[in-house]
Write a protein of this length. Structure first.
Length: 392
């Protein structure tokens, strides 16, 4: 396979035959081991999701509610996971309802008033909000997280000719919208020096912002890199595919350089941003998704790295209680609280590298039945029960 690394500040693409990292050999969790516990937990997570979230029209997004970066994007990720669990296309129909809603709410500038930075009147539609600053702003993390969900739908459709008649026109439209607005907007500001903030108005590059925020955009780039290799991809900007790979490579290496190995646990610890406080378990969901997808593409992270991330979950976060598991609030042995209340929606995907992860996440949600905003993690648990890993 191709292994991508960064050395001496410049990008080198090195093609190496890595026999130990082929698809067949880099799945340390065998089917037999995966099944142990997955069918004995007393709940069918697929049916549990159906009973709670089968109506895609509940809680649609409206711009008056602020940014759609979190609450209104999780249903898209959820329905895509439900589709991947059993390949039932009705979940793709549900996904279309949610994506159409998000795209309909895109604007170049606010609907009312002139209280915004003139630079936002750039012709690129997005999902700006006044929620996080004293005026209308557009954030890399929100654009990355929302768009990342949308292009995962595109990837799924392009990969299956059996879905083309029903969904390809939608997929083409979504891809054109994201590339022509969100990606091109940030691509145009890639060398900006307006400041060090997380929004476009005072943008000075992704290295200034928290890891999870640029890695959300990195995940978007990783998925678009895959989509750009499809024979169905027709991009209007020929520079973008190179931008996707270059950006993902640089982000992966930058993040890895800030990891600290805890030798006794053979686990990784890291901060919220370079020279910042310790990373919290909630925001780390975005970090984990990125590193797994980068690993899948042979970018910077290898199997040893992935096992160390799994060790972080099992040996750093977990309280060692199998019946009522709890997890630390931060990716650290001392900083934060022993019992956190963050969602584990994407930590679950590390079960591929340690089967305990899936069982612990499942038991956590069984023993905490009143948690809110659990749609995505339940859908991901349905994938776990179906032995589907991230990227399948």
């Amino acid at each position: 396979m191709l292994k991508f690394v960064i050395m001496s500040g410049s990008i080198l693409v090195i093609a190496v035959l890595l026999g130990s990292l082929t698809r067949a050999s880099k799945e340390p969790v065998t089917t037999e081991v995966r099944k142990k516990g997955q069918s004995e937990i007393g709940v069918d997570w697929y049916k549990e999701f159906e009973s709670r979230y089968d109506n895609p029209n509940v809680g649609l997004y409206d711009r008056a509610k602020g940014s759609p970066g979190w609450t209104y994007t999780y249903p898209v990720y959820s329905y895509l996971s439900m589709y991947r669990a059993k390949k039932d296309p009705r979940w793709l129909d549900h996904t279309v309802v949610r994506i159409d809603n998000l795209i309909e709410q895109m604007r170049d500038v606010p609907d009312q008033g002139n209280d915004y930075w003139p630079g936002y009147k750039d012709g690129f539609k997005g999902w700006g909000s006044k929620k996080y600053t004293d005026q209308y702003d557009e954030f890399l993390v929100h654009d990355g997280h929302v768009s990342g969900a949308i292009v995962q739908f595109v990837k799924a459709i392009y990969a299956d000719p059996g879905l083309h008649e029903r969904f390809k026109e939608k997929a083409d439209h979504y891809l054109d919208t994201i590339e022509g607005n969100v990606v091109t907007k940030w691509y145009a500001s890639r060398n900006a020096e307006r400041g060090t903030e997380t929004h476009l108005r005072e943008w000075g590059g992704w290295r200034n912002i928290p890891h999870n925020q640029y890695l959300a955009f990195g995940t978007l780039c990783l998925v678009l890199q895959e989509v750009s290799q499809s024979p169905h991809y027709i991009g209007k900007n020929l520079d973008l595919p190179d931008f996707y790979l270059k950006t993902a490579l640089e982000m992966a290496q930058f993040f890895k350089d800030d990891l600290r190995r805890h030798k006794p646990a053979d686990a990784y610890l890291w901060d919220y941003k370079v020279k910042g406080r310790r990373e919290d378990t909630g925001h780390a969901n975005l970090d984990i998704e990125f590193v797994i997808r980068a690993y899948r593409q042979g970018i910077v992270f290898d199997e040893t790295d992935m096992k160390r991330f799994a060790n972080t979950f099992v040996h750093v976060l977990w309280n060692r209680d199998e019946e009522t598991p709890e997890f630390r609030s931060h990716v650290d042995f001392e900083y934060g609280r022993d019992v956190g209340d963050y969602q584990l929606r994407r930590w679950i995907w590390l079960y591929e590298f340690d089967p305990q992860v899936g069982r612990l996440v499942s038991q956590y949600y069984l023993s905490h039945p009143n948690l809110k905003r659990v749609n995505e993690v339940i859908a991901n648990l349905a994938c776990w029960q179906a032995e589907v890993v991230l990227g399948d």
